[in-house]
Write a protein that binds this ligand. Structure first.
Ligand code: NA7
Length: 550
């Protein structure tokens, strides 16, 4: 294959087109270049970072298990030289890391920024994908990799009058690059997921007044941010091979131990003691090192839910406000939230909580939000309303596969796919962190590496066997769908409305679309490869490529 782009008419020719220059697309580019392939990456932003480029709202930080293990693992040198400062890195620190990766591996020369892919279409005769962009650039390649992000397509609520609101309006998922001043302003925040919970305390410290418009009360846990000490870094560096092996083996891709006890194995006193210890330490270890049946057993779940509800009552001074903040779903069945003083914010005089379940929004005016109980004058509206997650960015791209069938048509009732990587009728298209993969339930940089390595393996197989196209069979897609659902149905996750189930987007198929097998997934996808790519069908290559011809 050829490392140089080729021109055919006004269409640039590459071996692979990648859409997205976030964590996944950046690694895809690096890996494919190492394979000797010519690659072009397109991204709408002005620089690398994807999610970390867009989500620069106040308080944004890593809210999963954190640094130094929320990172790439492909380069030991990268690990050895990068100094993480905090366990729950701020958005700017993660972006700095990704910019460093782009510099270090000279990624930007193959990325075209400020370029949206508006159309992606498969040509069956030519066995290739052609993408059209908003800059007029058109490119073709046998392979298309969609690294479009699981949390990229913002969800903007359609509330009467919202477009008449004349004040400043920002979505946390596409926050301005210029500084936003809250000084002297009355701010309304819609949404109390991770973004709302992270931003509300920060906004409350600066604004004149904050009105929190809450639809669903949330469980939130102390983020437990602490400095990454020189000793932590030295340990990670000296024992990097061991840490890396542990990450590969761990169900969520982090080098942590898992707790082998179930909640009811312990007495109520022992349970509370463990919860209290984990609460004091904070961080995502609460879930990874807590009881292993919280997401499975109703009784176990209730024991933790009660503990957190008690904490909310302890922290929030006004009992009526505390009542409104009481979550009533199974704990952790919405994305667990790590907070930095969220519940304490409601003890401030300048923060008001509106419970939209009893006092719904009726409309916006030019300078207020009107709920059933009355009008709240505001200068700024912050939409912390989340994303059309996991499948939303693929649907926004809406590629056209065989016979011009669009992904929207193919995915009307369910996000049909095989191994979370490929889609029937869309040959040679690969998704990273798409539906049907562990995606958002796994260390995302590591997950991207592992999926991309498999994709590279698959491309090599096609090349060696002189095959021109690969796609899954309908049977294998159905079997995979059953496996995804069977795993999810063991748990309580499908029983709660969340962006994991698509319930946050009106009209979206409602089912739990993440593969919950954790690291077993990576064994499964390589097993399929070892069995001759079981579940796929192939077409012979119709064209001899330039490299072979020369
Ligand atoms: P989330 O977790 O989807 O939270 C969105 C919030 O916005 C949530 O509280 C929603 O309530 C609320 N929402 C959404 N639409 C509306 C309308 N129309 N009216 C009122 N409230 C609404 O998104 P985040 O950005 O906070 O977090 C996404 C992930 O990014 C996060 O998990 C991290 O991984 C990073 P609901 O709960 O649906 O009733």
């Amino acid at each position: 294959m050829n490392q140089q782009p080729r021109e055919s008419g006004s269409t640039e020719q590459y071996d692979v087109v990648v859409i997205g220059a976030g964590v996944s697309g950046m690694y895809a580019l690096h890996h494919l270049r190492e394979m000797g392939l010519s690659v072009r990456v397109y991204d709408g932003a002005t620089d690398v970072g994807g999610t970390w480029w867009y989500n620069r709202y106040p308080g944004a930080r890593v809210d999963g298990p954190g640094s130094p293990f929320y990172c790439y693992t492909f380069s030991e040198e990268l690990m050895q030289e990068w100094n993480w400062k905090e366990t729950q890195s701020e958005q700017s620190a993660v972006l700095e890391y990704l910019e460093h990766v782009a510099d270090r591996f000279d990624l930007r020369r193959d990325i075209q920024f400020e370029t949206w892919v508006q159309d992606a279409r498969y040509d069956e005769a030519a066995q290739c994908w052609t993408v059209e962009t908003n800059t007029g650039v058109r490119a073709s390649a046998p392979f298309l990799i969609c690294a479009v992000g699981a949390l990229s397509t913002t969800n903007r609520p359609d509330i009467p009058g919202i477009h008449d609101f004349a004040g400043e309006c920002y979505h946390t998922g596409s926050w301005p690059h210029e500084p936003v001043s809250f000084k002297g302003k009355r701010v309304a925040v819609i949404g109390t997921g991770s973004s709302g919970v992270q931003s509300i305390p920060e906004i409350a410290r600066k604004a004149d007044h904050v009105t929190v418009l809450q639809r669903t009360p949330q469980f939130a846990f102390p983020c437990g941010n602490r400095p990454v000490t020189p000793e932590d870094l030295a340990d990670a560096r000296e024992n990097w091979e061991d840490f890396r092996a542990k990450m590969y083996a761990h169900t969520a891709g982090f080098p942590f131990d898992t707790h082998e006890r179930m909640a009811m194995d312990d007495t109520p006193e022992e349970r509370r003691a463990l919860y209290e210890k984990l609460w004091q330490r904070g961080s995502f270890q609460f879930f990874l090192e807590g009881y292993n049946d919280i997401a499975i057993s109703e009784e176990a779940n209730a024991s933790l839910a009660d503990f957190v509800r008690d904490k909310i009552r302890e922290i929030v001074q006004d009992p009526k406000t505390a009542d409104k903040l009481m979550p009533d779903h199974f704990v952790i069945t919405k994305r667990p939230i790590l907070d930095n003083g969220y519940f304490e914010s409601f003890n401030r005089d300048n923060v008001t909580l509106v419970d939209l379940r009893e006092d719904p929004i009726e409309r916006f005016t030019a300078n207020s939000v009107v709920t059933r109980s009355g009008e709240h004058p505001i200068d700024m509206l912050v939409l912390a309303t989340g994303f059309d997650a996991i499948s939303g960015s693929m649907l926004r791209l809406n590629p056209k596969g065989r016979d011009g069938v669009t992904l929207k048509e193919r995915w009307q009732d369910r996000f049909h796919n095989y191994l979370g990587l490929t889609i029937g009728g869309f040959p040679n298209l690969f998704m990273i962190h798409g539906p049907g993969s562990p995606g958002v339930f796994y260390n995302m940089p590591l997950g991207a590496e592992r999926q991309m390595d498999w994709i590279g393996h698959c491309m090599r197989h096609l090349k060696e066997q002189k095959l021109g196209a690969i796609e899954p069979t309908a049977d294998s897609e159905e079997a995979w769908a059953n496996e995804v659902s069977a795993l999810a149905n063991i748990t309580l996750f499908p029983r709660t409305d969340s962006w994991w189930t698509g319930a946050n987007i009106p009209g979206k198929p409602r089912y739990f679309s993440v593969y919950l097998g954790g690291s077993i997934y990576y064994q499964r996808i390589y097993d399929m490869a070892d069995q001759g790519y079981k579940g796929f069908v192939f077409e012979q290559a119709r064209h001899v490529d330039d490299a072979e011809a020369s």
